[in-house]
Design a protein around this ligand. Structure first.
Ligand code: BGC
Length: 252
């Protein structure tokens, strides 16, 4: 974080690498998001080059927080569900730091970053107890937060249910893939939420990911028992959470 309370966050996804400077007092971006396409294949070296390009464009010379759609522990990616398999075992913190001239970087899971951001500035801001944030996109990402404390790498999209991963049953991409209507898809999401609530008993679910923009078309159709509220930060949550992670000392 700079003296002005600004930090730089980068959200790395399957299609885009997006970054911006974040005002940590408000959780707002201080300028339009910068975006470069995620290189294909999305190998560690190619993505690190895209990150360096984005940071150079932004003319940011301070520390950087980054997300990956991977389990991340001690800066190391340990899974790779929707990015190149070469990420597994990569020391992402070392890679990005080297690509950015040796500066300090913090790397965390993308859904964990979104959870931190929603908890501090968004939908879960004034909530106490256990909040489960789920991001519905290509996969299902998850963040478990208890009174603002993140339990990293929960990976509830890979919780097995009926012989398959929950994300293969109810990700937003599955709705498109299987041509499901909102009522049909909402039934599947309800099944997943019931499974999660029977294990964790959260007080609230926060629904994020692009499809949460259309929340009024499906959240009212859910039949699980725990309240579900839409995310507020939408497509900036990953960037904001990445920026927050720098000084929060979060290095899952
Ligand atoms: C990955 C998670 C990620 C989620 C959303 C899942 O397939 O395993 O690490 O958070 O997708 O990108």
């Amino acid at each position: 974080m700079s003296a002005r309370g600004h930090a730089f966050g980068i959200d790395i996804g399957g299609s885009g690498v997006k970054g911006a400077t974040v005002d940590l007092a408000t959780g707002q971006l201080t300028h339009d998001r910068l975006k470069v396409a995620t290189p294909q294949p999305s190998t560690p070296a190619a993505v690190a080059a895209a990150v360096a390009e984005l940071v150079a464009t932004a003319q940011w010379d301070g520390p950087v927080g980054l997300t990956l759609p991977c389990v991340v522990r001690d800066g190391r990616a340990e899974t790779a569900a929707n990015v190149d398999p070469a990420w597994v075992g990569t020391d992402a913190a070392e890679l990005f730091s080297a690509a950015l001239g040796g500066r300090k970087v913090t790397v965390l899971n993308d859904a964990d970053a979104a959870g931190l951001a929603e908890d501090c500035y968004g939908a879960a801001r004034d909530l106490h107890g256990l909040t489960v944030l789920l991001t519905f996109g290509t996969g299902i990402g998850s963040a478990l937060l208890y009174d603002g404390l993140l339990v990293p790498n929960s990976e509830l999209g890979h919780l097995e249910l009926g012989g398959m991963d929950t994300e293969d049953m109810a990700a937003a991409s599955v709705k498109d893939r299987d041509g499901l209507t909102y009522p049909e898809w909402a039934q599947r999401v309800s099944t997943v939420l019931r499974h999660i609530e029977n294990i964790f008993w959260p007080k609230v679910f926060v629904a994020g990911g692009g499809i949460s923009r259309d929340h009024e078309l499906w959240i009212p159709l859910l039949t699980n028992r725990t309240p579900v509220i839409p995310a507020v930060l939408k497509n900036t949550a990953g960037i904001v959470g990445a920026a927050m992670a720098i000084d929060a000392g979060i290095a899952p």
